[in-house]
Design a protein around this ligand. Sequence first.
Ligand SMILES: [Zn+2]
Length: 148
Amino acid sequence: MAADAGVTLGVLLGGLAIKYTGVTWIDPLLGLVIVIVIVIVIVYGAWGLLSDSIKLAHDAVPEGINLEEVKEFLENIEGVDNVHDLHIWAMSTTETALTAHLVMPGGYKDQLLYDIREKLHEEYEITHTTLQVEREWSDEQYQPYKNE
Ligand SMILES: [Zn+2]
């Protein structure tokens, strides 16, 4: 709306300027200036979305989330000896998912999973959390866990 009004105003002023000065190249110059301004506005407006889309396409950890920080948070939970297979990715430009394996030799209560999920939502805006709890680190692709 503001852009339309701006263009109309520009054309009007251009017309008046030509009428009073007789300089006719004001018209094409004005057209060029308007086009350049419109392109700048569009590129500026679309840049954020484009940037988010590129990151999404590359499965990148979303902006504002530090993977190491989240890993540390999970590792510091009482009863958690190890965190592995931690993945954080954007499901869309507004939704973030997390999956992780937590090694908890002493077991856990379901409430803990809900608490972790809440905390991840509050602190990191992670809205889809999937946790796998393991009594011991038994995944074949990993070295056995040693607590030293
Ligand atoms: Zn595992």
